[in-house]
Design a binder for this molecule. Sequence first.
Ligand code: ZN
Length: 308
Amino acid sequence: MVPIMAQSNVQELDRLIEPLYTALNSVKVLRSSVGQVFDTLGNGLRGDHGEEGKDNKFLLELQELLSTVNVNFREVEQAVNSLTPPPGPFSLGNTTFLSQESTQERQALYPQLVNSYKWTDKVHEYSNLAFALLSQNQLKRSYVIASSGKRRRNVQSSHNVLPQAVDTLIAGIDRQFADMNLTVSRPFGSNAVMQVTLGRIMKALVAFKGLMIEWVVVKGYTETLDLWTESRYKVFQKVTENAHAAMLHFHSPNLLEISVRSFMTWFHSYSTLFSDPCKRCGNHLHNALPPTWRDLRALEPYHEECKP
Ligand SMILES: [Zn+2]
């Protein structure tokens, strides 16, 4: 295996390669403008030069092309002058041996390797930033390790509920609403994933951790459900967004059953998503969307723009 090339080396290479690309590009531009001169010269007088003063027109055209060549040539000179010769050989670690590869396919590995190094560096950098940000995040609901032992016990117990307790709760909610169908599966072990079908309006997946709602995805009635992709319809993307807000709003670490019931009652209010007008403006559509927001207490429908 090739050891990771030092990051400073990659950056150093980058610094040298950038002006090299610029210089090569300006050479390309120069070649093309010189090519144009010869092209015009080779074609000689053309029909579009007309009859009157055609020689003069031709000469003017050539003159213009030559001055472009001059400008491009100056650009090449400038670009070449700004190049700095590398200070010495780079220590590329074992990657140097790649140059001894005789098969064409493998010679192309080097740029790929450099790219993957850059990529890993970025992943490293971003994950460090993400870690710093997330460790300050006070909204974190899972695995709260508070300094007081009492709080910790409460929170932990909420995750360690028996699967039967979750099933009973969901079955209870299922019976409560005739037009909402709930089914439970456990694709990830003990934690439940609930599939919700609301009339012929929409479907949703609700992922639980114990009795706590961890994730919600809402999609159209005809779409296929999975936890990782959003709906292709704007209206259900909006409902998903609002469901995330509602899931946080209704969450209460000590009253988890009530949290789930409240959330599902709120969710059920979307059964009139396409039939109820907005409470504020009285219209059905606004910006081509129905009222996708539901008031968290009275469950009244509003457009995103009409929210109280
Ligand atoms: Zn409205």
